[in-house]
Design a protein around this ligand. Structure first.
Ligand code: NAD
Length: 484
């Protein structure tokens, strides 16, 4: 098969197979063709992976931060050198156009490896002077074996966003990619070994939710970082609590984007396109509730439709194509189901709404107008190319409506009044906010959600706190006074 890896799992520095595990067929979303067959991890495979991660971690943590960082930075260079090859794999795994994967996947993974590689040498504790000469110092320690569990929309990026800070801090990792997109994490594991990572420091096991669930309850595991949906997040968080594991939860969203009538309309339309249709709408932080001030609503919709009509839908390997298929037939059917709900509940279909004919899992970019807050398409995460446009009159009203959701991943505002922009952002209940742009996630900036959208932050210096803990050491220079 076209993209068949050497084996399903990567453990202790090498590919490992156990064909008795449940089969995982990898389907190219543009054609429906099976491009690889892997197998879900059996209990024996999980034992191997966890034991290898456990055994490797202590020696890895004992290396200097400079040495660990050098490995990560070398891995970043290798990823960049292989960007084209990795992007082709990513496009086949996910269906995302090569035009996107060339600039947003392995490159973003490489950014994380480079950034955390650079930080590794400066991860320290502190010295805290006390009265009378006593003092405390703190030691920043690795947590141990960390488990990463990924979603299918950014497989390489997720494998690196979790692996890079974990390894920088001296942890080892067992990473389970999504069963829908299992290929690219194996490449990340190979690259880390090539860059000099000791065997066992970064392992990949394949599997469905049951494999993830076994990892989450294992007593060798100190931390679990999940990227996935809220229902999975609830299960994983609860299971991790049994042994008081550290958790990071990067979950779903239904984020608002507010467009005031003084906004630059073309920029706002660009933001709405990036925030709804990039990766065929399969981005967690998408601003899928677009609130447009009444006076410019029709102009906004007209410009948006004009621009969407120029989207090039087709073969994702054609670098001119900028709108690809959805990741799977199932995900496409879920999104098309929401289109039917939108129509049934009275929203006005302004653009798209149909499956694109052929074997691939394509649907058109879709826009609904006259959406009201109570409609299903305005309340539930669709995770597909379906934008809801709602209208509003005043700032106070729109902020309250924007926040009226159980999610809190991202939020954006377009306006030329910067005072108002900062006022709005201060009122947003969301982890990541945008002023006059949308959906950028550089590694230097914290990324994560509030409310049901998650716990903890990825990227930036903050991620270090989620992959390490402090040991406090009190040092006395004085005699010990006891009461008797
Ligand atoms: P999902 O929740 O179905 O699966 C995510 C991962 O969890 C998969 O690897 C799956 O095998 C695993 N899993 C399922 N059940 C499990 C269990 N009981 N225990 C342990 N692991 C289990 O999500 P998905 O469909 O792969 O991805 C789409 C979702 O991910 C959307 O909700 C999207 O918003 C979210 N997402 C969030 C971010 C973020 O950074 N906040 C990024 C990308 C995607």
């Amino acid at each position: 098969m076209k993209f068949q890896p050497k084996a399903s799992h990567f453990i202790n520095g090498e590919y490992v197979e156990d064909t008795s595990g449940a089969p995982i067929d990898v389907i190219y979303p543009a054609t429906g063709e099976i491009i690889a067959r892997l197998h879900s991890a059996t209990p024996e495979i999980l034992e191997q992976a966890l034991n290898s991660a456990k055994a490797a971690q202590v020696a890895w943590a004992a290396m200097s931060g400079t040495e660990r960082g050098r490995v990560l930075r070398r891995a970043a260079d290798i990823m960049r050198d292989r960007n084209h090859e990795l992007s082709i794999i990513e496009t086949h795994d996910t269906g995302k156009p090569l035009q996107e994967t060339l600039v947003a996947d392995a490159t973003s993974g490489a950014d994380a490896l480079e950034y955390f590689g650079g930080l590794a040498a400066s991860l320290t504790g502190e010295h805290i002077p006390l009265g009378g000469g006593d003092f405390v110092y703190t030691i920043r320690e690795a947590l141990g074996v960390c488990v990463g569990i990924g979603a299918w929309n950014y497989p390489t990026q997720i494998a690196c966003w979790k692996g890079a800070p974990a390894l920088a801090c001296g942890n080892s990792m067992v990473f389970k990619p999504s069963e829908t997109t299992p290929l690219s994490a194996l490449q990340v594991a190979e690259i880390l070994i090539e860059a000099g990572a000791p065997k066992g420091v970064y392992n990949v096991v394949q599997g469905y939710g049951d494999v993830g669930a076994s990892l989450v309850t294992d007593l060798r595991v100190a931390k679990v970082s999940l990227t996935g949906s809220v229902p999975t997040g609830r299960k994983v968080y609860a299971a991790a609590a049994g042994s008081m594991k550290h958790v990071t939860m990067e979950l779903g969203g239904k984020s608002p984007m507010i467009v005031f009538d003084d906004a630059d309309i073309d920029n706002a339309v660009s933001g709405a396109i990036l925030g709804n249709f990039y990766s065929s709408g399969q981005v967690c932080s998408n601003g899928t509730r677009v609130f447009v001030q009444k006076g410019i609503k029709e102009a906004f919709l007209a410009r948006l439709s004009e621009r969407l009509a120029t989207a090039k839908i087709g073969d994702p390997m054609d670098e001119e194509v900028n709108f690809g298929p959805m990741v799977s037939e199932n995900q496409m059917n879920i999104a098309l189901g929401y289109v039917e709900k939108g129509k049934a509940e009275g929203a006005r279909l302004v653009f798209g709404g149909e499956r694109v004919k052929g074997d691939g899992f394509y649907m058109q970019p879709t826009v609904f107008a006259d959406v009201t807050d109570a409609m299903t398409i305005a309340r539930e995460e669709i995770f597909g190319p379906v934008m809801s446009v709602l209208d509003f009159d005043t700032e106070e009203e729109v902020l309250a409506r924007a926040n009226d959701t159980e999610f809190g991943l991202a939020a954006g505002v377009f306006t030329s009044d910067l005072t108002r922009a900062h006022r709005i952002v201060a009122g947003f209940e969301a982890g990541t906010c945008y002023i006059n742009t949308y959906n950028l996630a550089p590694v230097e900036a914290p990324f994560g959600g509030s409310k049901l959208s998650g716990v903890g932050r990825e990227n930036s210096k903050l991620a270090i706190n989620h992959y390490s803990e402090m040991k406090t050491v009190y040092v006395s220079l004085n005699d010990v006074e006891a009461p008797y």
